[in-house]
Design a protein around this ligand. Sequence first.
Ligand code: ZN
Length: 183
Amino acid sequence: MVNQKKIEEAVKLFLEGIGEDLSREGLLETPERIARMCTEIFAGMDEEPSAHLTKTFPIENNEIVIEKDIVFYSVCEHHLLPFYGKAHIAYVPDGSVVGLSKLARTVEVYAKRPQIQEQMTAQIADSIMRYLKPQGVMVVVEAEHMCMTMRGVKKPGSRTTTIVKRGCFKEDLQLQNEVFRIL
Ligand code: ZN
């Protein structure tokens, strides 16, 4: 659980640290507001994807399933600045599928934690392999990182793409190309 009191204290220290005046009217409610916000943007800290991926439905044809353009917002763990974009998930079932909204929920669980994009992409793929047990999965994440655009190298509009393949997607080029064609 997010400890709201600790966050409020930390935000006060942080504001003092950058030389702000804590008694300034505009800042009076900021520590409390940020603490409340954290329960929302870090909600994934208290969640596991198993809650979403274990309700499966049997199917007869193991045709590829692609859920694309799953919008997500996350926070980079190196700078605590937002990174956001879209996740695309493709999998080849092995007798069972999950409801499509559950794939989006799985992305949320991992996005709503301090993250790095590479790790988040792998976590999404690995949790799908673990709980849904498909023949294979491929996850593509495209994101813009505020730590790249508002500081440092300042490259607005530049996007980072990460791709993780598991199971049958690892070797099967034709399958990979089918996904890239649709994305
Ligand atoms: Zn960063």
